[in-house]
Design a binder for this molecule. Structure first.
Ligand code: 0A1
Ligand code: ZN
Length: 865
C-alpha cells in the first residue's frame, strides 16, 4: 500500500526533460461501474499493445487501489503481476493483450474530490490531472489515447440519470430496482477527459445546429428547483458554439453536449469530452442571487470549457508540462469571445487587473515558473495564473505580432496537423511559424523564462528639428532557478500625442523590442509629445517611465485607446499613493481633477467610467514598494478615497442618481450603470457623509438584483455604523438556504477593513454553515481573509496563524485545495522583519507537520525557499 508519509517527506521531482513516450498503448477500453455511494465496484478491460521494441512490463497507475481481480487474456496469472507502490506492474509476453482488473472504491468517503466522489447525494468524477488512477488501474497519462465504452448500473430511484462521454448506446432496467446505461465515445481521448455522472437531476434541454447541419442536443443538468437559473449558461453555450465556428472555423463533433453542475468542486469546471462537470457557481445565475460579475463568470467559464473541445480535447497535451498549450490558448479564446459579446475595452481592463493581481505576484515570488514549467512534484500545483493567464498573454502576443489572418492560418494548421493527437507547446509555435513565415526562435523564450520583464521608456524632444527620440530598455528579473535572463521580444503598441493640440501624431506603431535596448525616432513632432505606450496592454510587462502627473492626467482624458486611458489614471493613482506612503505627504489634487474629468465626460459609458474610478488594490500598491507596509498603504488609500469622496461629493451623488434603473436588465449599459452606482456609493460612504450608511441600507433593501444588494452590503460591511449589523442579519435570513449566496455572506465579511475583522473571521469559522469540506465555502472565508491585505498582515501574526490552522485541517481532507491557499504566506520576503518572521514560522510549522501531503509539501517548501 501507499505509504503517504514517506511519499510526502521526499516526493520525487518530475522533469520535463525526462519525458519518454509510453511503453504501452491502449487503443480500446471497456469500463464497468457497479455504482453505490459506499462501495462501487469498478472493472477495467484494457486492450493493450506494446509501443516499440522493448521488453518492459506494463505499469498501470493506481492511487490507493487494491486489486480484487487481475486477469490477463481472461486468466488469473498470479505470478505475472505485482504491486509496486501504488502501481500495478504486469509482465506480458506478447505485443497485444487484454488486461482486466477490478477494484472497490468508496465515493462517499472521497473528500479529495478527485476520482469518483459524492456531491449533494449525486456521484460524479473529476479526473484531470491524475484522478483517473483513483478509480481503476490505468495508463493515466495524457499521451495515451483510447476509445471508451462505459457501462454503469445504479439504483434507479436514487440515480435516475446515468451519463458518460460520447453517445448513449444502450440502457435498460435490472433487478432490485437498479438500471444500467452504456455510453460509447468515438473520439480517442486521454483518461483525464473521462467523466461519469449518476444523479438525480433535471435538465434544461436545448438544441444547436452546426454550420454543416449537425443537430446537437444540449442539456444542462441541475436540481429541479435550480432549472430557472440555467438560462444564462445555455445562452452562453450556444453563443460559444456559433463564435468558434465563425472565428476559428471549428464545429462541434457529437450529437450531445451535457453539462452537470455540482456544489463540491475543487476548481471552476472541467471540459470532459461532451460531459462537462461544473462548479455550480459557474452555471447558476438569476438576478436575485447572482451579481453581474457572477453572470460574466458563468458565460466566460461555459465558453472556456466549450472551446476546450478543440483546444484541449481534439488536440490534447503530450504531458503536463504542456498544460499551457491547452489552457493559455483556451483562456485567450474565451477572453476574445467575451470581448466580442460586450465591451472589449472593459474586458481587457478586467483581464489585465487579474493578471497583475495574481500572475505578476506569482512571477515575483518563490513559486515563479515559466508558462511551460521544467519540473514539479505535484502537477495540481501548476494550474496557476502563470500557466493560464500569462499563457493567454503569450498567445495574444502571437496574435498581435502575426496579425489576425496569419494567426488564423497558424491555428488552422495546428488543428489540422495535430487533430486526434497529444501535442506540445513547440508544435503550436511551429504551426504558427510555418503558416506565417515569421521566425519565432526568440519568441520561444516566453515559454522557458519566468519573471515579468520591465521596460524603461525615456522620451526626449528636440523642438527645433521636430524630432522625438524614444529609448526603450528591457530587463527580465531573476527568478528561482533562473538567475540570468535573455532579452525577450516585447510587442509594444506606441503612440505620441501633442500636448497642446491634444492630437495623435501619425498612426500608432507596433514596436517589437527584442534586444536590451532600442531607440525609435519620430519626426514631424512640432510640439511637446506625451507618450502612450503598451496600448491595449500589448505585452505583459511593467513599464517604467518618467511621465509626470500632468502627462498622465492628459492621457487619462485624451488618449484614444481606452485601455491606455485607464492605465494612465491607474498610474497617476499609484504614483500618488506610493508617494504618500514614502513621504507621509500627499497631493491628491491631480487625481481629483482627473477623476472629475472622467466622471463627468458625457462621451464615456458608465462601465468604462466605473473601471477607471477603481483605486488600485492595496496588494498592487504593495507590489510597487521595496518593503510592503500594509498599514501605511491602507491609510494612504483610505485618505485618497475620503478626499475623492469629499471633493467630488456632488458628482458622486449625481452619478448615483443618474444610474438608478427602473427595472433589471442585463445589457452592457445596465451593467455599467450598476457598477458605477455602487462605486459612487462607496465614495459617498468614504466621504464620511452622515447619510451614507442610510443610503446604503436603503439600496440594500430596495435592490431587485444581487449586484445592487451586494454593492451596498460590501459598503456596509466596511462601516462601523449600526446599519452594518442589520444588513448582515437580513442577508443571512434571506439567503441561508442558498449555498452560493451564503458564500458571499462569508467572503464580504472576511474582506471587511473593520479593525475587528479577524475576530469576526474566527467567529465565522465556528458558524454552523461553515465547512472545510466544500471548497467554495472554504475559499469564501479563508481565501478571502488571506486576500485582505490589512487584516491578513495584522502585525500580531494572527492572520497567518489562522490560515495555517485551517490549512492543517484541510490538508487531511483535500490537499489540492489546501495547497492552493499557501501562496499568501510565501510573500514573506516582501515584508518587514517582524512580519516575515511570523510568516516563516507558520510555513515552518506546516512543513514540520508529519504526514503533510505532497501538494502542500511542494508549495510550503518552495515558499520557504
Ligand atoms: N481543465 C480545467 C481545470 C481543472 C483542472 C483540474 C481540476 O481538478 C480538480 C478541475 C478543473 C479548466 O481549465 O477548466
Ligand atoms: Zn481550461
Amino acid at each position: 500500500m501507499l505509504d503517504v508519509q514517506a511519499a510526502a517527506a521526499n516526493p520525487p521531482v518530475i522533469r520535463r526533460e525526462d519525458y519518454r513516450k509510453p511503453d504501452w498503448l491502449m487503443p480500446d477500453v471497456f469500463l464497468d461501474f457497479a455504482l453505490d455511494p459506499a462501495r462501487a465496484l469498478v472493472t477495467g478491460r484494457l486492450d493493450v499493445t506494446r509501443n516499440g521494441a522493448h521488453n518492459r512490463p506494463l505499469r498501470l497507475h493506481g492511487d490507493g487501489l487494491v486489486p480484487l481481480k487481475v486477469l490477463i487474456d481472461g486468466e488469473a496469472q498470479a505470478d505475472a503481476w505485482r504491486m509496486d507502490g501504488p502501481d500495478l506492474v504486469i509482465d506480458l509476453p506478447g505485443d497485444a493483450h487484454v488486461v482486466e482488473t477490478q477494484v472497490a472504491i468508496s465515493p462517499e468517503a472521497n473528500s479529495q474530490l478527485m476520482g469518483l466522489y459524492a456531491s449533494g447525494g449525486n456521484l460524479c468524477s473529476q479526473c484531470e490531472p491524475e484522478g483517473f488512477r483513483r478509480m481503476v488501474f490505468f495508463l493515466d497519462r495524457p499521451d495515451v489515447l483510447s476509445r471508451y465504452r462505459v457501462r454503469m448500473d445504479a439504483d434507479k430511484a436514487r440515480f435516475p440519470v446515468l451519463l458518460s462521454n460520447g453517445d448513449l448506446t444502450g440502457s435498460g432496467d435490472l433487478e432490485h430496482g437498479r438500471h444500467w446505461a452504456e455510453w460509447t465515445d468515438p473520439f480517442p481521448k486521454p483518461s483525464y477527459l473521462f467523466a461519469l455522472v449518476a444523479a438525480n437531476l433535471s435538465a434544461n434541454v436545448d438544441h444547436f445546429t452546426t454550420k454543416s447541419g449537425r443537430e446537437v442536443k444540449l442539456a444542462i443538468w441541475v436540481v429541479e428547483s435550480d432549472l430557472p437559473k440555467t438560462g444564462h449558461a445555455m445562452a452562453a453555450l450556444k453563443a460559444s458554439m456559433a463564435w468558434d465556428e465563425k472565428v476559428y472555423g471549428l464545429e462541434y463533433d457529437l450529437g450531445e453536449y451535457n453539462i452537470v453542475a455540482v456544489h463540491d468542486f475543487n476548481f471552476g469546471a472541467m471540459e470532459n469530452k461532451s460531459l462537462n462537470i461544473f462548479n455550480s457557481r459557474y452555471i447558476l445565475a438569476d438576478p436575485d442571487t447572482a451579481t453581474d460579475i457572477d453572470y460574466d463568470g458563468v458565460s466566460g467559464v461555459v465558453a472556456h470549457e466549450y472551446f476546450h473541445n478543440w483546444s484541449g480535447n481534439r488536440v490534447t497535451c503530450r504531458d503536463w508540462f504542456q498544460l499551457s498549450l491547452k489552457e493559455g490558448f483556451t483562456v485567450f479564446r474565451d477572453q476574445c469571445f467575451t470581448a466580442d459579446q460586450g465591451s472589449a475595452a472593459v474586458k481587457r481592463i478586467e483581464d489585465v487587473r487579474l493578471l497583475r493581481a495574481a500572475q505578476f505576484q506569482e512571477d515575483a515570488g518563490p513559486l515563479a515558473h515559466p508558462i511551460r514549467p521544467e519540473s514539479y512534484m505535484e502537477v495540481s500545483n501548476f494550474y496557476t495564473a502563470t500557466v493560464y493567464n500569462k499563457g493567454a498573454e503569450v498567445v495574444r502576443m502571437l496574435h498581435t505580432m502575426l496579425g489576425p489572418q496569419k494567426f488564423r492560418a497558424g491555428s488552422d494548421l495546428y488543428f489540422a496537423r495535430h487533430d486526434g493527437t497529444a501535442a506540445t507547446c513547440e508544435d503550436f509555435v511551429v504551426a504558427m511559424e510555418d503558416a506565417s513565415g515569421v521566425d519565432l526562435s526568440q519568441f520561444r523564450l516566453w515559454y522557458s523564462q519566468a519573471g515579468t520583464p520591465r521596460v524603461r521608456a525615456t522620451l526626449s524632444h528636440e523642438p527645433a528639428g521636430g524630432r522625438a527620440l524614444l529609448t526603450l530598455e528591457q530587463t527580465v528579473p531573476p527568478t528561482p532557478g533562473q538567475p540570468e535572463k535573455k532579452p525577450m521580444p516585447l510587442p509594444l503598441r506606441i503612440a505620441l500625442f501633442g500636448e497642446r493640440s491634444q492630437r495623435k501624431f501619425e498612426e500608432e506603431r507596433l514596436v517589437v523590442l527584442d534586444g536590451e535596448r532600442c531607440e525609435i525616432l519620430f519626426e514631424g513632432i512640432a510640439e511637446r509629445p506625451v507618450l502612450s505606450i503598451n496600448r491595449g496592454f500589448s505585452a505583459p510587462v511593467v513599464i517604467d517611465s518618467d511621465r509626470s502627473a500632468a502627462d498622465l492626467a492628459f492621457l487619462s482624458a485624451h488618449d484614444d485607446d481606452p485601455f491606455a486611458r485607464y492605465e494612465a489614471m491607474q498610474q497617476l493613482m499609484v504614483d500618488t499613493l506610493t508617494g504618500a506612503v514614502a513621504t507621509g505627504q500627499a497631493d491628491h489634487g491631480p487625481v481629483i481633477d482627473a477623476v472629475r474629468n472622467t466622471l463627468t465626460d458625457p462621451k464615456l459609458d458608465a462601465s468604462f467610467i466605473g473601471e477607471t474610478m477603481l483605486l488600485p488594490s492595496e496588494a498592487f500598491i504593495g507590489d510597487q514598494m521595496a518593503v510592503v507596509d500594509p498599514v501605511a498603504i491602507h491609510k494612504a488609500r483610505e485618505a485618497l478615497r475620503r478626499d475623492l469622496g469629499q471633493a467630488l461629493e456632488g458628482e458622486w451623488r449625481d452619478a448615483y442618481e443618474r444610474t438608478r434603473a427602473n427595472r433589471f436588465e442585463l445589457s452592457p449599459q445596465a451593467k455599467g450603470a450598476r457598477r458605477l452606482r455602487s462605486i459612487a456609493l462607496g465614495f459617498i460612504m468614504a466621504s464620511g457623509a452622515s447619510d451614507g450608511p442610510e443610503i446604503a441600507l436603503r439600496q440594500f433593501h430596495d435592490a431587485d438584483n444581487m449586484t445592487d444588494r451586494q454593492g451596498a452590503f460590501g459598503a456596509l460591511a466596511n462601516s462601523m455604523a449600526p446599519e452594518r449589523d442589520a444588513a448582515i442579519a437580513a442577508f443571512y435570513e434571506r439567503f441561508r438556504d442558498n449555498g452560493l449566496v451564503l458564500d458571499k455572506w462569508f467572503s464580504t465579511q472576511a474582506f471587511s477593513i473593520r479593525p475587528d475583522t479577524l475576530d469576526r473571521v474566527e467567529e465565522l469559522s465556528q458558524h454552523p454553515d461553515f465547512t472545510l469540506a466544500n471548497p467554495n465555502r472554504l475559499r469564501s472565508l479563508v481565501g478571502a481573509m488571506s486576500g485582505n491585505q490589512l487584516i491578513f498582515h495584522d502585525a500580531s501574526g494572527r492572520g497567518y496563524r489562522f490560515l495555517a490552522d485551517m490549512l492543517l485541517k484541510v490538508d487531511g481532507l483535500n490537499p489540492q485545495t489546501a495547497a492552493k491557499l499557501v501562496p499568501p504566506l510565501g510573500r514573506w520576503r516582501r515584508f518587514d522583519e517582524g512580519r516575515a518572521g511570523l510568516m516563516k514560522a507558520q510555513l515552518q510549522r506546516l512543513l514540520d507537520t508529519p504526514g503533510l501531503s505532497k501538494d502542500m509539501f511542494e508549495q510550503v517548501s518552495k515558499s520557504l525557499g
